[in-house]
Ligand binder design. Structure first.
Ligand code: PLP
Length: 449
C-alpha cells in the first residue's frame, strides 16, 4: 500500500469532528484511520500494516475482501439491491436454506435481523410468547448485544447504565474453573456445582415465571470459556424439566469460529432457539438472525409473530451469506480453523504460556482462544482489575501497544487478549502473529509481581 498521510489526516479529522463512536468517551479515543484491508491484514495511511488477530469484532471469518464474496455482492446489487421482507426473494430463500441445513437439530426456520443484538431481542420475545412467562435467566460473564433487552441480559459492566428494575432478567454463574465461584478444583466439580446452582436459581425464582435460559454456547467477549463436558447437556435437561426455552447465542461462536459450523456441534446439544450474526456473511453486509425449532415455529403458525424489521432478510446481506457459506465449503475454511487451531494456535499459545510468567491460562478451540494475563500465577490476580480504566489499565495498554509495534492488532478485553483471527489465516501468518504476541507478552511480564 502506498502511504498517503494527507488523505489519512482528512479521514481522521472528519471522524473526530462528526463520528460518535460505540462504548467510548468521545474525547478520550484516538481511532486509527484505516486505508485498506485484504485477507488477514489491514493497513493505515502511513503504510503500516497489521495482522488482524481480532477479525474486526470477531466477524471477518473469511478475512477482508474475499474476491468471490465481493463479486457476489456486486452481482446481487446489479440484479436486485433490495426488496421488502414480505416477499419471497431468491437470495433470502437460498441463505435461509443454507443456514437451516447447517444449524443443529430441527432449527429449520430462519428469522433474519440486522445483527446480533436484535437477534437476541427477537429470540427472547419468541421465548416469552411461546411460554407465556416473563423472566429470562442469563449468565454473568456474557455479552449479548447493545440494545435494551440484549444489554440487560448481558453480564458485563456495559449493562449497568441500561439496567432497569422491569427488565425481567436474573443472572446466574456459569462454569469457569479458572475463576470458579463454586470452589471447584476439577471440571467435573465445576460442572456439577454450576448445574446445581442453576437449578437452585430456577427453584427460587419460580420455574413457572421463567421463559428462557440464554447462554453463549462458548462465552466470547467475556473470556472464551469452553463449558466443561456435560454442562450444556445438563442445562438442556433442566430446561426440559421445567418447560424453559433454551436459547444458545452463537453470534460470535457460530459459523466456523470453533472449528465446527456451530459451537453447539461440539457439545451435541440442540437449543430451541439459536441466534447468529457476524460470521454468517463475514460481516460484509449487516446480517443476523434466529434459527427456530419446529415447536416454537408452530406457535406462530396461525398466530402472527408480533415483530419485524424493514431490512429482515435484506437481499444484499443474504447474497453475501450465500457466497460466504459456499466459499467456506469450497475452501475448507471450517476445517482449516479446526486443524490449524489444534496444530498451531493452541500449541503455540501453550508454548508462550510456558515462557511468560504473565500468562495465567490459555484456553479455547478452533480459532477462538483466550490468554488470561495475571500479575501472579499462584493467586491468579488479573494483570489489571475488573473493568479497569486509565492508569489502572496501563499494563494492558502497554501490552496492546507492544503488539501493534510488532505488527499485530490484538483483541484486548480487561485482563485478557483473545486470539481470534480469520478462520482462513495461513500457518505462516499465524506463526507471525504468535511471534508478535511473544514480544508483547515480554512487556506484560514486566508487571508480574
Ligand atoms: N451476542 C454475542 C455472543 C456477541 O458476541 C455479540 C457481539 O459481539 C452480540 C450478541 C451482539 O451483536 P451485534 O453487535 O451484531 O448486535
Amino acid at each position: 500500500p502506498q502511504p498517503n498521510p494527507e488523505a489519512g489526516a482528512a479521514v481522521k479529522a472528519a471522524d473526530r469532528a462528526h463520528v460518535f463512536h460505540s462504548w467510548s468517551a468521545q474525547e478520550l479515543i484516538d481511532p486509527l484511520a484505516v486505508a485498506g484491508a485484504e485477507g488477514s491484514y489491514f493497513w493505515d495511511y502511513d503504510g503500516r500494516r497489521y495482522l488482524d488477530f481480532t477479525s474486526g469484532l470477531v466477524y471477518t471469518n473469511i478475512g477482508y475482501q474475499h474476491p468471490k464474496v465481493v463479486a457476489e455482492i456486486q452481482e446481487q446489487a446489479a440484479r436486485m439491491t433490495t426488496f421488502a421482507p414480505a416477499f419471497a426473494v431468491e437470495a433470502r430463500s437460498e441463505a435461509a436454506r443454507l443456514i437451516a441445513e447447517r444449524t443443529p437439530g430441527d432449527l429449520d426456520k430462519i428469522f433474519f435481523t440486522n445483527g446480533g443484538a436484535d437477534a437476541v431481542e427477537h429470540a427472547l420475545r419468541m421465548a416469552r410468547l411461546h411460554t407465556g412467562r416473563p423472566k429470562v435467566l442469563s449468565a454473568y460473564r456474557s455479552y449479548h448485544g447493545g440494545t435494551q433487552q440484549a444489554v440487560n441480559v448481558t453480564g458485563d459492566p456495559r449493562r449497568w447504565a441500561s439496567d432497569s428494575a422491569t427488565a425481567g432478567v436474573v443472572h446466574f454463574w456459569a462454569p469457569f474453573l479458572y475463576r470458579s465461584r463454586f470452589y471447584a478444583e476439577t471440571e467435573e466439580q465445576e460442572c456439577a456445582r454450576a448445574l446445581e446452582h442453576l437449578e437452585t436459581t430456577i427453584a427460587f425464582e419460580g420455574p413457572s415465571t421463567i421463559a428462557a435460559v440464554i447462554l453463549e454456547t462458548i462465552p466470547g467477549t467475556a473470556g472464551i470459556m469452553p463449558p466443561p463436558p456435560g454442562y450444556l447437556a445438563g442445562v438442556r435437561a433442566l430446561c426440559d424439566k421445567y418447560g424453559i426455552v433454551l436459547v444458545l447465542d452463537e453470534v460470535m461462536a457460530g459459523f466456523g469460529r470453533t472449528g465446527t459450523w456451530f459451537a453447539a456441534d461440539l457439545y451435541d446439544v440442540v437449543p430451541d432457539l439459536m441466534t447468529f450474526a457476524k460470521g454468517v456473511n463475514s460481516g460484509y453486509v449487516p446480517l443476523g438472525g434466529v434459527a427456530i425449532s419446529a415447536e416454537i415455529a408452530a406457535t406462530f403458525a396461525t398466530r402472527p409473530y408480533p415483530g419485524g424489521l424493514t431490512y429482515s432478510g435484506h437481499p444484499l446481506a443474504c447474497a453475501a451469506a450465500v457466497a460466504t457459506i459456499n466459499v467456506m465449503e469450497e475452501e475448507g475454511v471450517v476445517e482449516n480453523a479446526a486443524s490449524l487451531g489444534a496444530s498451531v494456535v493452541g500449541p503455540g499459545l501453550r508454548e508462550l504460556a510456558g515462557r511468560h510468567p504473565s500468562v495465567g491460562e490459555v484456553r479455547g478451540t478452533g480459532m477462538f482462544w483466550a490468554v488470561e494475563l495475571v500479575r501472579d500465577r499462584e493467586t491468579r490476580e488479573p494483570l489489571v482489575p475488573y473493568n479497569a480504566s486509565g492508569e489502572a489499565n496501563a499494563p494492558m495498554a502497554a501490552f496492546a501497544a507492544a503488539a501493534k509495534k510488532a505488527g499485530l492488532w490484538p483483541f484486548v478485553n480487561m485482563n485478557r487478549t483473545h486470539v481470534v483471527p480469520p478462520l482462513n489465516t495461513s500457518e505462516a501468518e499465524l506463526k507471525e502473529g504468535l511471534a508478535a504476541l511473544d514480544a508483547a507478552l515480554s512487556v506484560a511480564d514486566e508487571y508480574v509481581k
